[in-house]
Design a protein around this ligand. Structure first.
Ligand SMILES: Cc1cc2nc3c(=O)[nH]c(=O)nc-3n(C[C@H](O)[C@H](O)[C@H](O)COP(=O)(O)OP(=O)(O)OC[C@H]3O[C@@H](n4cnc5c(N)ncnc54)[C@H](O)[C@@H]3O)c2cc1C
Length: 236
């Protein structure tokens, strides 16, 4: 069965946990309700959590791998300094911990094109990795990804991969991504552009792509988080 936008609630268990990088932890979630479900690449889940004031909140994480026969999904969660309930949950989740979430969800889909440009940061690395490896042969992936430092990088099956280090810039500062994306768009044609980054950076890169002649229907832009603001979940 191919899952699209089911929005089912799953009561699962954390089956495994390992660090991919010092700040990124892979959690394997499992339960009978996941058996037989095959999400589209880069669909996500909303983990249902309780914040420090006892309020119910949701945080979104990309389904990095799905093993439908085993009923297991992997998510790769970044542990943010000063992060909120999502980071706190990922930091404390251990094999045996119960976890409740809604999914698979999300409208992001690969669209056919000769060349795809993926733009993002630590939070969208799992989505970009899943999308790049799902591309049919003959369709090229270029990725421009900004992370705090080289220690945050994970392997991605892109034909061209450009890593940017944030160095002293604040997370979500768009200048680094803008300069690199401008160079890429000047250098080659992209039939599809996917911008999955901090909200303001996403908007700035989308506008840059439009002003460089990439049509609106060729750009999928989605803010994955908002600098300085706790997440409020929207429907895309
Ligand atoms: C469709 C979708 C898929 C996503 N997939 C993933 C995924 O696979 N892995 C993943 O790690 N994240 C993913 N994210 C991003 C994640 O949901 C946000 O980073 C979320 O804000 C983390 O929640 P939190 O409770 O830790 O922080 P919040 O309570 O939302 O925010 C608290 C503070 O942490 C800071 N903060 C939050 N996120 C970031 C960040 N990315 N970088 C720097 N500072 C941050 C904020 O500025 C804020 O001040 C995804 C988001 C979307 C929309």
């Amino acid at each position: 069965m191919n899952a699209t936008h089911l929005n089912a609630t799953h009561r699962c268990t954390v089956l495994a946990r390992r660090h991919l990088t010092p700040r990124t932890v892979r959690l394997t979630l499992g339960g009978p309700s996941l058996t037989g479900l095959t999400p589209f690449p880069a669909q996500d889940i909303e983990v249902l959590l309780t914040d420090t004031r006892g309020k119910r909140v949701k945080r979104r994480y990309t389904i990095r791998h799905a093993r439908p026969r085993a009923g297991e999904w992997d998510i790769d969660a970044v542990l943010h300094t000063g992060g909120g309930p999502g980071s706190a949950w990922a930091a404390s989740a251990r094999p045996g911990s119960p976890v409740e979430f809604v999914g698979p969800r999300g409208k992001l889909r690969l669209r056919p094109a000769d060349g795809h440009l993926f733009v993002g940061d630590e939070a969208s690395l799992p989505a970009i990795a899943a999308l790049a490896e799902a591309l049919p042969s003959g369709q090229e992936a270029t990725a421009v990804i900004e992370t705090a430092s080289a220690a945050d990088r994970v392997p991605i099956a892109a034909d061209r991969l450009r890593w940017l280090d944030r160095v002293d810039c604040l997370p979500g500062t768009p200048e680094g991504l803008l300069a690199a994306v401008a160079q890429e768009i000047r250098a080659r044609n992209f039939g599809q552009v996917y911008v999955l980054a901090e909200t303001r950076a996403t908007r700035a890169v989308r506008e840059l792509a439009h002003s460089a002649g990439v049509r609106p229907d060729q750009v999928f832009a989605k803010g994955y988080w908002t600098a300085g603001r706790r997440t409020s979940v929207d429907p895309t």
